[in-house]
Design a protein around this ligand. Structure first.
Ligand SMILES: [Zn+2]
Length: 490
């Protein structure tokens, strides 16, 4: 029987697993992109690794995709309800740079991280500032159709006009009000009502400003995503992704205004997919929580960017992950072992699609079985931990033919996007957790450290230096403290 499991994805709209069937020949996919006012931290990158996993699953299943990721370079207010100051303008004032400089600088930083994490580029990266005219037209239509009201602070969407408001969040509006960072707005009828257009306050001229029927000002953040996605993917499209925090407010508001705008009684987007948070200790990693680590911090500490990617893929995208040094150490060690095992198998064949992989292994039942396992894992809501497990199995399965083994490894690599076909294990040597050492290695190091201490006590500096050189070669760094020597792996 040919392998081909039906792709099933967990739809936040309804909170259930559903068969994924694109509406047309090419699936339309929109992922909420970065607001470019600060460096993205590690937690910010999880949604893009998740969307990339989805892209690779589509490629595997032979589903064409058009992917759009927006760049929010204007309009994202400090409060998510779209009131108050603009994040970019606050950053510009803080860093004493122009808003355009800030946007360009942090857009580059985002693309650098995307490239380092081996994330497939989207088809389009629309900038919000280039779509202000269609945003004004969109809001004007909502106003004409009676979904809005005006306040001195701007044009507001009237959520009372939308009987289905908040269905995605599956919570009553009171709960949403508790959960979200909502603030008091003079004259707002309901706390859930949100700004479509944010008018300038009298006497406070914005840097980036446009004239509109509601005065000079800037569009609301929620409006940006509705307008840019429809402009590039059509009025209805297949999938919308983002972090789980967007499920409660941003995406709720996108749906409300889009369905009011379209007015055709159909759901705007059929599948809503959300990745869970990355936790740093017990804290959610949000930009507002202070200095959270960036990818650059990891690479400076000697980790490969793919160690972070592997750490993420070791959990399912809908599981919360705890980011710890021990976890990323373990990921780097696994990455190094994988690269070392795969190096002799190179060059790997091309096996980015299921059809390609199956065609490359016609008479290898063990390979067929592993490809079936991988396909089942992809189809079960993108189970990357199971794909990783199948990759490990392929490296120790004696029944595989050499070609079968190479194909299974290449297939798993194409889905995981770890770049194992080219990764140099020597470049991954530097970091090793003490916990990764086996008993014998640890004892040998401790003996050398003790010998060195003894040599120093006997003032045998030559011998002490020799031992230090030996430890150096093993990648062990010794620090002498008043309480005795401490050692760690570099
Ligand atoms: Zn968005």
């Amino acid at each position: 029987m040919p392998i081909n499991h039906q792709l099933r994805l967990y739809n936040s709209l309804g909170r259930r697993m559903e068969d994924f069937v694109p509406a047309g020949p090419v699936a339309g996919l929109y992922s909420c992109g970065p607001t470019v006012y600060a460096f993205p931290h590690l937690g910010n990158m999880r949604p893009y690794v998740f969307a990339d996993t989805l892209r690779r699953a589509f490629r595997w299943k032979g589903i064409g995709v058009r992917h759009v990721v927006n760049i929010t370079d204007v309009g994202h207010a400090v409060a998510d309800t779209d009131t108050g100051e603009d994040k970019l303008e606050v950053a510009a004032a803080r860093e004493r740079r122009s808003v355009l400089d800030i946007a360009a600088f942090y857009t580059d930083a985002y693309f650098a991280d995307i490239a380092a994490l081996n994330i497939l580029p989207a088809g389009e990266y629309p900038r919000a500032s280039a779509y202000v005219e269609p945003m004004i037209e969109f809001a004007a239509k909502l106003e004409k159709d009676g979904f809005t009201y005006r306040l001195p602070s701007g044009l507001y969407f009237d959520t009372a006009k939308d009987p289905g408001y908040g269905a995605l969040a599956q919570m009553n509006t009171e709960g949403q009000q508790e959960a979200a960072r909502l603030e008091y707005v003079e004259g707002r009828r309901r706390k859930t009502d949100f700004a479509l257009w944010r008018a300038e306050e009298p006497g406070r001229r914005r840097v980036l400003r446009w004239d509109s029927p509601w005065g000079w000002g800037a569009p609301g953040w929620h409006l940006e995503c509705s307008v840019m996605s429809m402009a590039l993917l059509g009025p209805h499209f297949d999938l919308h992704t983002g972090g789980v925090d967007h499920r409660e407010l941003h995406h709720v508001n996108e749906i409300a205004q889009s369905q009011a705008f379209l007015g055709d009684g159909r759901p705007w987007v059929r599948y809503w997919l959300h990745n869970e948070f990355l936790q740093l200790g017990a804290e959610k990693m949000a930009k507002s929580a202070g200095a959270a680590p960036r990818l650059a911090d990891l690479t400076e500490a000697g980790y490969h960017p793919m160690a972070y990617r592997l750490f993420l893929l070791g959990g399912h995208y809908r599981s919360q992950l705890d980011f710890t040094t021990a976890a990323v150490d373990a990921a780097q060690a696994t990455l190094r072992r994988l690269a070392a095992r795969i190096q002799p198998l190179r060059p790997l064949p091309s096996a980015g699609t299921l059809a390609e992989a199956v065609a490359a292994t016609p008479r290898d039942p063990a390979a067929a079985r592993l490809l079936d396992t991988i396909d089942a894992a992809v189809a079960a809501d993108l189970s990357t931990p199971k794909i990783l497990a199948a990759l490990q199995d392929a490296l120790r399965e004696p029944a595989l033919t050499p070609d079968g083994q190479r194909t299974v490894v290449a297939a798993a690599d194409a889905l995981l996007g770890l770049g194992l076909a080219a990764l140099d294990p020597a470049g991954l040597e530097r970091r090793r957790a003490v916990g990764e050492l086996d008993e014998e290695e640890r004892r040998a190091i401790e003996e050398l450290v003790a010998d060195r201490t003894q040599a120093r006590q006997q003032r045998d500096w030559t011998r002490a230096d020799q031992i230090r050189a030996q430890l150096d070669e093993l990648g062990v760094q010794v620090t002498d403290t008043p309480d005795g020597p401490l050692w760690q792996l570099r």
